[in-house]
Design a protein around this ligand. Structure first.
Ligand SMILES: *[C@@H]1O[C@H](CO)[C@@H](O)[C@H](O)[C@H]1NC(C)=O
Ligand SMILES: *[C@@H]1O[C@H](CO)[C@@H](O)[C@H](O)[C@H]1NC(C)=O
Ligand SMILES: *[C@@H]1O[C@H](CO)[C@@H](O)[C@H](O)[C@H]1NC(C)=O
Ligand SMILES: *[C@@H]1O[C@H](CO)[C@@H](O)[C@H](O)[C@H]1NC(C)=O
Ligand SMILES: *[C@@H]1O[C@H](CO)[C@@H](O)[C@H](O)[C@H]1NC(C)=O
Ligand SMILES: *[C@@H]1O[C@H](CO)[C@@H](O)[C@H](O)[C@H]1NC(C)=O
Ligand SMILES: *[C@@H]1O[C@H](CO)[C@@H](O)[C@H](O)[C@H]1NC(C)=O
Ligand SMILES: *[C@@H]1O[C@H](CO)[C@@H](O)[C@H](O)[C@H]1NC(C)=O
Ligand SMILES: *[C@@H]1O[C@H](CO)[C@@H](O)[C@H](O)[C@H]1NC(C)=O
Ligand SMILES: *[C@@H]1O[C@H](CO)[C@@H](O)[C@H](O)[C@H]1NC(C)=O
Length: 440
């Protein structure tokens, strides 16, 4: 002690003050309650994406971003195929493209992804990722995605590239049954982005049973930690966007908090319930497995006891994935913000903007698997005119033109909207009845 007081009179006392400050701040840091600490690490985890986009927009002026968007458009242009003409419905061009559906570009293998992601900066540049939020509107409206994957890393990567923006969040669940190479490839891709991550638990998914729903819940939990996103959208690795990020944001803003989860009580085949009535006197319903939900809806799914009971009940019935979300949205007594106040059946039934999906009774240029059309080059004119957000579903290895042309359109539209030469009209979406009838 004496030496400390004596030295306090000499110049090195600043050293001691400095040392004390360090010790005190270290103590403070360790005394911070766990929850606060978790908040802090959350915030830190959020930093890379936001700083990345900020430094990007600071170093890149508008004309550089325009140039970059032009570059990416050129890069994704499908060689030897006139996609614009196919979208217009040219039979000539469609027939010509049909001969090249498998060889218009070479597949990218799992091993190749391991290789090209070794240097993440090169990977992002080479593959043409948009590392800017582009507009303030988009930056202020992050979207959270879950992506369910069981094969084909190239398709997953191209989907990710088409919807990637630094402000969004992406949770990828790779089925336990997927090949190890595929898992490794997707892991290596995710590692290149601070806002892309793998689901914290891996589940072996069996079609038609509860396990289809489980990865979704895991991803919702993982995504919930990030507080900035406004809407949650669920995708599979075999789907592709029909809209640019800017268009998705405009549509979701037009929803004004409404959830897009179509449902119907009448359409439910009660045999699927296997004689088990839902808990809490809830009315069973059937609906789409594709949803666009607000934070309150996801909060309810994850944290409300009624929802947990319903989920447990779902373990015992068939096709819980088609029932669970539909029931949350078609039981007004739950009063979840953004769901329907009245009887959704009478109000809007199957009105939904989340997916273009052609069932057995719809048009299909490809072929049907489990009554759902595998979309192909011949479907492009319909896909181009569709008002939906995403399309289901594609087999990249069988038709590389349809994905190539959709990419061309998405990146062209991104470029043109940024330059202001294309304007996206949302009146159609604003008019939706599920928006008018929602709980506020
Ligand atoms: C934008 O930035 C680039 C390179 O940083 C520069 O060459 C160009 O003159 C800038 N353009 C404008 C309009 O400021
Ligand atoms: C850059 O573009 C954004 C949106 O396109 C616009 O709001 C902004 O004014 C532009 N800035 C400059 C310096 O041109
Ligand atoms: C666009 O591509 C050209 C030619 O490959 C290149 O010189 C330029 O740096 C690229 N611009 C941007 C912003 O990436
Ligand atoms: C995309 O833009 C390029 C260049 O402007 C154009 O040649 C091409 O036809 C466009 N593709 C589509 C699908 O619109
Ligand atoms: C398209 O078809 C017309 C006849 O219908 C033919 O004259 C023309 O050469 C074809 N164009 C191409 C590019 O194949
Ligand atoms: C693609 O494959 C088809 C046969 O499936 C062949 O006729 C065509 O020439 C090939 N095209 C290219 C660009 O290799
Ligand atoms: C991986 O990349 C290295 C160069 O970085 C290259 O020499 C090698 O051939 C690549 N391997 C594969 C399988 O693409
Ligand atoms: C998401 O989509 C998959 C596949 O279509 C489906 O199985 C799953 O239940 C969906 N999840 C939600 C939350 O709708
Ligand atoms: C769960 O939801 C029910 C029905 O909306 C509501 O009455 C209850 O208060 C909620 N519980 C909690 C803990 O939020
Ligand atoms: C939206 O609704 C208004 C009035 O209800 C109607 O005049 C308009 O045509 C509708 N627009 C679209 C795109 O459906």
């Amino acid at each position: 002690m004496a030496s400390v007081t004596s030295s306090a009179t000499s110049p090195p006392r600043y050293f001691w003050i400095f040392l004390c400050l360090i010790i005190v701040s270290c103590l403070l840091l360790f005394l911070v309650p766990w929850r606060l600490w978790a908040d802090f690490t959350d915030a830190v985890h959020l930093l890379p994406s936001s700083t990345a986009s900020q430094s990007f927009s600071k170093t890149l002026n508008n004309s550089t971003i325009e140039e970059l968007l032009h570059n990416i458009s050129r890069q994704v242009k499908v060689p030897g195929v006139d996609c614009a003409a196919i979208f217009e419905g040219s039979k000539n061009e469609t027939d010509a493209a049909r001969a090249m559906t498998r060889n218009v570009s070479s597949p990218i293998s799992d091993a190749c992804y391991l290789n090209i992601t070794e240097n993440c900066d090169d990977f992002k540049k080479q593959r043409g990722y948009i590392m800017s939020s582009l507009t303030d509107e988009e930056e202020q409206f992050p979207i959270a995605y879950s992506i369910l994957v069981y094969k084909d890393s190239e398709m997953v990567e191209r989907l990710l590239r088409a919807i990637y923006r630094p402000q969004n969040f992406y949770c990828i669940h790779v089925d336990q049954k997927a090949s190890n190479d595929c898992f490794e490839a997707i892991t290596s891709i995710a590692k290149c982005f601070p806002n892309v991550f793998l689901a914290s638990r891996r589940i072996s998914v069996a079609w038609g049973w509860f396990t289809v729903l489980e990865p979704e819940i895991v991803c919702m939990e993982d995504l919930w930690k990030y507080r900035k996103w406004k809407y949650f959208i669920n995708l599979t690795g075999q789907e592709f966007p029909l809209r640019t990020n800017h268009e998705l944001v405009k549509i979701l803003m037009a929803f004004q908090g409404a959830v897009d989860v179509s449902s119907s009580v009448k359409a439910l085949d009660r045999r699927r319930l296997r004689g088990r009535n839902p808990p809490h006197g809830l009315r069973p319903a059937k609906g789409s497995v594709h949803i666009a939900a607000n934070r309150e809806f996801v909060d309810f799914v994850l944290h409300n006891q009624t929802s947990k009971d319903l989920l447990n009940w779902g373990r015992k019935i068939k096709f819980a994935d088609e029932t669970y979300f539909a029931m949350l949205s078609s039981n007004p007594k739950l009063g979840i913000k953004g769901t329907d106040k009245g009887d959704p059946e009478n109000n809007h039934g199957w009105e939904s903007f989340v997916r273009y999906k052609s069932w057995k009774w719809g048009p299909c240029a490809g072929y049907y698997v489990r009554k759902i059309c595998i979309l192909s080059t011949g479907d492009l004119p319909r896909l181009g005119k569709s008002i939906q957000m995403f399309a289901n579903k594609f087999y990249l290895q069988e038709d590389r033109v349809v994905i190539g042309c959709l990419e061309e359109k998405i990146f062209n539209d991104t470029r043109d909207e940024y330059m202001g030469t294309k304007v996206f009209d949302t009146t159609l979406y604003q008019n939706a009845t599920f928006i008018k009838n929602k709980f506020d």
